[in-house]
Design a protein around this ligand. Structure first.
Ligand code: SF4
Ligand code: SF4
Length: 71
């Protein structure tokens, strides 16, 4: 989360499942356990639990994650 003026902007982890290798590593490293690997769909993020810590962004070997504004 970061603040811009008086507005609070919520960031959440988003994944590009076209890039995802289904390695499952991010599921193991997420400190709040909010990632799920679905072999067919790829990684599913539980946006309500994500703390925007960036661990998955730094971990993913193919750069599939980014932190974006919550929808
Ligand atoms: S670390 Fe990256 S490649 Fe591996 S499962 Fe997670 S999103 Fe996919
Ligand atoms: S940003 Fe942090 S809390 Fe959110 S999915 Fe990635 S590792 Fe988990």
């Amino acid at each position: 989360m970061r603040q811009a003026g008086s507005k609070v902007i919520l960031l959440v982890s988003k994944v590009d499942n076209d890039k995802c290798l289904r390695c499952g590593g991010c599921v193991s490293v997420c400190p709040v356990d909010c990632l799920l690997l679905d072999e067919a769909k790829g990684i599913i993020v539980d946006a309500k639990k994500c703390t925007s810590c960036g661990v998955c962004v730094n971990f993913c070997p193919v750069g599939a994650f980014s932190l974006k504004k919550e929808d």
